[in-house]
Each structure stands twice: as C-alpha cells, then as structure tokens.
Design a protein around this ligand. Structure first.
Ligand SMILES: C[S@@+](CC[C@H](N)C(=O)[O-])C[C@H]1O[C@@H](n2cnc3c(N)ncnc32)[C@H](O)[C@@H]1O
Length: 372
C-alpha cells in the first residue's frame, strides 16, 4: 500500500486506526469522484468565495492498511485545485467525537499542507457529537451563507447515531448537497431498537427498508432540496449493508453524481462485495460490453417503470429526466438512447414534436401509453 509509509513517516499508533471494510474502498471512490466533478463546476461559479466540504464523522484520516479516508482524498483534490484558484477559500470542516482519531487526522493534514505551501486551504476541526456539531450554526454561518458551494457528508457506523432532524435542520438553513450513508442493515437487524426509533423522531410505522428510505427522503427533501438518488451497497450474500443517499437542490448535481457512478461502478445498479480471492476492479470481462448490457437491462426496467408512473399522461422531457435521474442509475445522456428511442419505436410513447424538429428530444413533450 502506497500510504503505509505515511503511517511510518508520522509514526502513527496503528492501535487507534480501524480496519477498512471491503465496501469502504468503493464508498470512498464514489464520494471522491463526485467531489472531483463538483469541484470542477464550483471553481467556475462566478463570485464564489468558499468551497466547503463537511465530513462530520470523519475518522482518523487513514485506515490500518494505509488507505486514506474520504477527508484526506478530498484534501488532495483541494490541493490540486487551490493553487489555480487563489481567490477561493477551500475549506474542510472535520469532526469526529473520538479525540484520538482527530489527533491523528490533524497530523496527516499538517503533513500534506506543509509540503504544498498552499495558503487558501483551511481546516476546521471538531470533536463533538454529530448532532451538536451540524446544528452549531455559529461555526458554519460565516462561511456557508456566503457565495459558497457546500457538501455535508454524514457517514456513521450505525443508524442509531444521527438524528434525521439534525440533518433536516442543517439543510433548512444552508444551501448544500448532502451525502448520507444510511445503514439499512442496522434497521433490518434491529427494527425494534428504541435508539433507532429516537433518531427517526419517534416514528413508529416504519417496517421495511423501502419505508425507511421513503421516510428519510421525505424529511430531507424540503425547501430547496429537490432531487435525490440512493445507491445500494451489498455484501457477498447480496444483502444490503447501506444505501448512500444523495440529495441536491440542483438537477445538475444529480447529473454529475451519475458521471461519478458510471466511472466507479460502470453503470451497475448496485455495488456488491467481491470474494476476497478475486482481484482488481469490479469487472473481469471487457468493460465496455458489460456496461452496454447493464445499461440495456436497466433501460428496459426503467422504461417499464416510466410507463406505469405516467400512464395516460402528457409529460415534458424535464419530468422524464427528473424521474430517470432519481429512480435509476442512468445518466442524462442515456435518456434518449436507452429510454425514449426504444419506447417511441415500439409505439409505447408518442413524441409530440412541439418544436417541429424530430431530432429535438429535450424541448419536447411525450404522450405516454399511446396505442399503435
Ligand atoms: C464510518 S466512520 C467514518 C469514515 C469516514 N467518513 C471516511 O469516509 O473515511 C464513522 C466515524 O464516526 C465516528 N462517530 C461515531 N459516533 C459519532 C458521534 N456520535 N459523533 C461524531 N462522530 C461519531 C467514529 O469515531 C468513526 O470515526
């Protein structure tokens, strides 16, 4: 491992570090990739003053095997952008209630920053409970309310720790995107746990993972928060471990997320751990063939869902786009090829051609469920 030397260089006590779970590598890759795309857009926003990434349960910055935690991966992305955008402050807000972990994190961050001599990266540390941390407005008000791009990353070990209403309070106050790791396996195993009951706001009629996700989404998709997408991570036996829920005020955020998803998971509808004896990336076959088949299959399922949801209605491209981006792994640029064209060819939907151009799909409306 490349970073094993970092453990040695900084003489880090590995007893404090944690083992990395098999799925953690892909969780970090996914978040990192999204942050990369988000950064590229954010640095070009006019008048932007701050770029803020908040990892409110950030861990020590490094795992026992030497791999880096998300916060350090984001720091590295900040370092590569900050030198070209000196008018922007790149800020990390890092919190973990485990003080020993935060102490290690500080040493790792100082190590990177000292090497780079960059003056527009700032790191704010916290050592408190997540629920207190993200509802402490005095910390965030000075930076998140200005011309800023903000991501809140909430990454617990279990479902008992994070009060859904703490995140709700945060998103009501700040324009931001949220990446929330919802530990659904915890719910499946411990439905009757009173602490789960409490973090859900004493909600008592949730009996399935689908209902749990629907409840959380309903609590968090408020105000400016308009779009969401959740991606499932499964163990070797194909049981769900968690869903990474992404919520954004802007549909472009969802489009960027799909690019990250496609890059990291090659379009797979969910992530599944691979046996420890298999090596390398997610696929062993020729990637492009696998990806094409995955997209075709997903396209067919999504076509069927779309026909049911909008049956008998006339809908705009925008409505179709929102539905597809929220409910499937497909990206915006897949919509025409994997959804609209096959449905039109099979006579399942009728393209109204309101712009007068057959080739213009995006400024058009569609009648769903038209018979030949
Ligand atoms: C899954 S790890 C975070 C991993 C990290 N975000 C990453 O991507 O590499 C969860 C962290 O949450 C911290 N934690 C657990 N309960 C907490 C609480 N109530 N408040 C703040 N941090 C907490 C733990 O100490 C642990 O380091």
């Amino acid at each position: 491992m490349i970073n094993e030397s970092l453990i040695e260089i900084l003489n880090i006590d590995t007893k404090i570090l944690q083992e990395k779970k098999p799925q953690t590598e892909y969780k970090i890759k996914y978040v990192r990739e999204y942050v990369l795309y988000w950064l590229k857009v954010s640095v070009n926003r006019p008048n932007i003053m701050y770029i803020n990434f908040i990892d409110c349960m950030c861990n020590a910055g490094i795992y026992k095997d030497g791999d880096l935690c998300t916060s350090i991966e984001v720091l590295k992305l900040f370092i590569s952008e900050a030198k070209y955008h000196t008018q922007i402050n790149f800020q990390l807000f890092l919190n973990d209630y485990n003080k020993e972990r935060v102490a290690i994190l500080k040493r790792i961050i100082n190590y990177y920053l000292e090497q780079e001599k960059i003056h527009n990266i700032f790191v704010f540390y916290g050592e408190t409970d997540i629920n207190d941390y993200i509802t402490n407005f005095t910390l965030f008000d000075s930076y998140l309310l200005n011309e800023a791009s903000n991501i809140l990353f909430v990454d617990p070990y279990d479902l008992r720790t994070v009060k859904i209403d703490s995140i709700r309070t945060f998103v009501q106050k700040y324009y931001c995107e949220v990446i929330f790791n919802v530990m659904t396996s915890d719910f499946t195993r411990n439905k009757d746990d009173t602490r789960i009951f409490e973090v859900l706001g004493n909600k008592y009629d949730i009996y399935s993972v689908d209902k749990l996700m629907a409840f959380i989404i309903k609590r968090l998709k408020i105000g400016k928060m308009k779009y969401c997408f959740s991606y499932s991570f499964n163990n070797l036996k194909n049981s769900e471990i968690y869903q990474i829920l992404f919520i954004t005020p802007n549909i472009r955020g969802l489009e960027k997320l799909k690019e990250a998803l496609r890059f990291v998971f090659k379009g797979m509808e969910e992530y599944k751990n691979k046996p420890s004896d298999s090596q390398g990336e997610l696929f062993t076959l020729e990637d492009s063939n696998v990806e094409e088949n995955v997209l075709l299959n997903c396209g067919k399922k999504t076509q069927a869902d779309l026909l049911i949801l909008f049956n008998g209605q006339r809908v705009s491209y925008k409505q179709i786009e929102s539905f597809i981006l929220e409910k499937s792994v497909l990206a915006e640029h897949h919509i025409i090829r994997y959804i609209l064209q096959p449905l039109i060819e099979n006579g399942k939907i009728h393209k109204c051609n309101i712009s007068g151009k057959k080739s213009n799909f995006k400024q058009d409306e569609y009648e769903i469920g038209i018979k030949k």
